[in-house]
Design a protein around this ligand. Structure first.
Ligand code: ZN
Length: 150
């Protein structure tokens, strides 16, 4: 029989590992290739917490840290779930010279617009809005993001 405290310790060490591990320059894990499973094992709150912590430690000042971290978490989720337009955008933006962190921000800016779009357009079906989001991500380039078009 496993002691409850033992289980808790295990969970805690896994958590600490992730704490050290989230770095948007590398993805959710310290290995060169992000491991989607470990990111997806975390719950949403933990993902946001890790992302916030990263920005604090890296001393990146942001007007709304929680909103920013939530965007990071959404983008990381989509990459971990292998959402093709997002995965393609990530490769394209990296090739165009953005750091992984900037590429996450660029995709995050499309996510933010999409969320705004969902809030403001009422009688809209979800599939339509999904299609629009995918199309916007496909159009995203380092240049369009740099010009503030996205
Ligand atoms: Zn960021």
């Amino acid at each position: 029989m496993v002691e409850e405290t033992e289980l808790w310790d295990k969970q805690k060490s896994v958590r600490d590992l992730h704490m050290d591990a989230y770095n948007p320059e590398r993805g959710p894990k310290p290995e060169p290739e992000p491991e989607p499973e470990s990111w997806l094992e975390l719950d949403e709150e933990e993902r946001i917490f890790l992302t916030e912590t990263y920005h604090r430690v890296a001393r990146i000042k942001l007007p709304n840290m929680t909103a920013h971290a939530a965007l990071h978490a959404i983008v990381e989720n989509q990459i971990a779930l292998n959402l093709e337009p997002v995965v393609r955008a990530m490769h394209r933006l990296r090739k165009e010279g953005l750091t992984r962190h900037d590429a996450v921000h660029a995709i995050g800016s499309v996510v933010a617009e999409h969320l705004f779009d969902l809030k403001t357009s009422k009688n809209d079906d979800a599939a339509d809005s999904q299609t629009r989001y995918h199309a916007a991500v496909e159009r995203l380039s380092a240049a369009s993001w740099g010009r503030g078009e996205q």
